[in-house]
Design a protein around this ligand. Structure first.
Ligand code: CTP
Ligand code: ZN
Length: 152
């Protein structure tokens, strides 16, 4: 059986696959891919056996740092990150959830100082079973990941 790709194969670079639907554009902003002028192709709402629908990002001639790969897991815990060399998958990046994140999320606590002062947000990150918990360093309130909006 021949396998056709809805987004072309790349020669060298990084493929972020199995991104939960709706998260690719946030990841593009998180990684500042537009500002960096990389050649990027994006697939949105692609059919996936595992996820139903998935998003996918291909970045040509650039390998993500470990820190960037880890930050992606806050948006897409099931994403697979592949390093491509000469059209072959050279390696799959092993990611782990980062322990904190600066200036990406907005504290949902309306009394939090980060909303009234020009302070970069800072959240501690923990895994709680299948869920991701974010705790604001400033007001110390914990939130589930889906309760916290991004500032990207
Ligand atoms: N890919 C690509 N360009 C290449 C080789 C691979 O864009 N030259 C992409 C594939 O389309 C896929 C991802 O890189 O989205 C991973 O490739 P591969 O491991 O071959 O895919 P799968 O067998 O689907 O692996 P997995 O399900 O483990 O991600
Ligand atoms: Zn707060």
């Amino acid at each position: 059986m021949t396998k056709t790709l809805s987004v072309s194969a790349i020669q060298n670079g990084t493929v972020i696959d199995h991104i939960a639907e709706g998260q690719a554009l946030k990841i593009i902003r998180l990684l500042r891919l537009l500002e960096k002028k990389y050649t990027v192709t994006v697939g949105l709402n692609l059919p996936s056996k595992r996820l139903g629908l998935k998003d996918l990002i291909k970045i040509e001639n650039h390998n993500l740092t470990t820190e960037e790969a880890n930050e992606i897991t806050i948006f897409a815990p099931l994403a697979t990150i592949n390093i491509i060399k000469n059209f072959e998958v050279e390696s799959k990046v092993i990611t782990s959830l980062p322990s904190s994140i600066t200036n990406v999320f907005i504290c949902p606590n309306i009394s939090c100082i980060t909303l009234s002062e020009p302070i970069e947000s800072f959240f501690f990150i923990e895994e709680q079973g299948q869920k991701i918990k974010l705790t604001c360093k400033f007001c110390e309130k914990p939130f589930y990941r889906n309760e916290v909006k991004v500032n990207l």
